[in-house]
Design a protein. Sequence first.
Length: 470
Amino acid sequence: MVINGQIIRSDRTFDVINPATETTVAACPECSSEQLEMAIGAAHQAFGDWQKNQAKRKKALIGCARAVKSQMRDLAELLTREQGKPRRNALHEVSGVVHWFQQTAGMKTPVDVIQDDDHGKVEVRRKPLGVIGAITPWNYPLILAVWKIAPALLAGNTIVLKPSPYTPLSTLKLGEILQEVLPPGVLNVVSGGDELGAQIVTHPDIRKISLTGSIATGKAVAAASASDLKRLVLELGGNDAAIVLPDVDVKAIAESLFWGAFENSGQVCQAIKRLYVHESIHEDLVTELSAFAQSVKVGNGMEGGIQLGPINNRPQFERVISLVDDARSRGAKIATGGSPIAGPGFFYPPTLVTDITDDAPLVAEEQFGPALPILPFDNVEDAIARANATHYGLSGSIWTQDIKRGAEWASQLECGTAWVNQHNTFHPDAPVGGVKWSGIGYQNGRWGLEALCSLQTVHLPPHQDSVSSA
Ligand code: NAD
């Protein structure tokens, strides 16, 4: 682990399993309560100086980008071994880390001037919050960590970061690499299970929790942090709907739709998790998607040419198996896939399920794996109502040749991100966040940066220079 700039071992460890082979990648340190105290204490101590100089922090972020760039291949390999994604995709995730540090280094916490006249001057400035507790999941361990690290550091906060126990190794390695650049205590990375996350959430010296994870964890974190009125950013689960109108060219969109649902073996918060297709093209689209699914190479991500890796861990693997089995037992049809691939490894083929109703768990709940229900509709208003009839609200998409109407329908989706003729695309300056149970607060862009600051209103006599932002 990385605590106060030092590499720290622990008396206790837990095994991290390679999901492609079910062998142990490494024994990972399990952070003790004393070590967590050290990490939070170090972050608290480091905050004193770190908050003072934004120019220095910008320079440090550029240094972080450079440091990660020099170790991209090693980081990507470790990511594949513990997460399962193909090496090419792992490399893409690490490139995203480099890009995010560079991009964030170009940002600035603004000072807003509300009034500046003969009666006085009123400014609103942003101040860092203190120590941020950052908690991440196992699907994109590195990019989701850097979405928290980069803006938190730019704003002048310090961090204690806890990755998922399924994928802690690449994040620990990232923390180690960044120590070349960051002062001791500014970024601490500790590893352990859910209980360690719970200890972070209730610690009095943590000012804000930034969690990416499931809705159940988000609710537990919100409840546990209430007694201390901790600030929260919760980026939680989704059950995104894509709605396909009858005017599309089925052949032309099938591949994009497929990857919108199956990227990272469906383990993407904003993946298409329910596909509503106009009844007139339903059969054709299922045929196209099935053909494409059967052409995709599933296997160990360390091997060349693999497009989809395994499901990351056994509980998730079993969940996907049981959701599809349940659908089958309700009379649903399996257009392709539908059974796990013989082991070792948590391999499940891309699976398309038809003749299923909206109340089946595979449709109503987040599957977070490579199994997609496809449901017909006859009018778009109904499809939008069905897409919205859920506690989830992360994102959604409309597919049509009528872009103008598509944009109107997209705006009727109750979610944080809506797309037309695409799904799962990001812009580094655009906020990511959910409505309803999919989350509270935003990450990325100026909104994400502001979420890691508090506002301070400063009233001054007339004709003063601006208060500079640290
Ligand atoms: P999870 O909620 O099980 O775990 C996420 C993290 O929270 C882990 O580090 C875990 O150890 C920690 N944790 C668990 N219980 C805790 C508690 N009581 N207090 C504090 N920390 C606790 O989620 P997961 O299975 O790792 O990830 C999959 C979920 O994450 C899916 O629902 C997915 O949609 C969601 N996700 C959301 C986004 C987004 O941006 N909205 C992005 C990626 C993943």
